[in-house]
Write a protein that binds this ligand. Structure first.
Ligand code: ZN
Length: 102
């Protein structure tokens, strides 16, 4: 189980977008990367395939390394370290600062 899952809100803790928040759209566990809504936008050239398509440049979210983000705890109101524990035979995530479950 990963510390970060889809739909989590994360805070960037390293890099040029440090301090920004966003919702996790996609997780790539084997690469250790995530896609976050509105963050790390990269420009992509699009080709015009059909008449109604717009040719040109679109902005798309690029992958961010998991090590550059922290999960936002709604109680602590900051990026926190996440722990994983076994509860009733189920793995649950919790905030290491306030113990709140996720
Ligand atoms: Zn917390």
């Amino acid at each position: 189980m990963l510390n970060i899952l889809k739909n989590d809100t994360i805070i960037v803790i390293k890099g040029k977008e440090k301090g920004k928040k966003g919702k996790v759209l996609k997780v790539f566990p084997e690469k250790g990367k995530i896609i976050v809504e509105g963050l790390n936008l990269i420009k992509k050239h699009t080709k015009k395939r059909r008449q109604q398509d717009q040719a040109g440049i679109i902005e798309k979210e690029g992958p961010i390394s998991i090590s550059n983000v922290a999960v936002n705890c709604s109680k602590c109101k900051k990026g926190v370290r996440i722990g994983i524990k076994r509860e009733n035979k189920k793995l649950v995530r919790f905030c290491r600062t306030c113990n709140q479950g996720f």
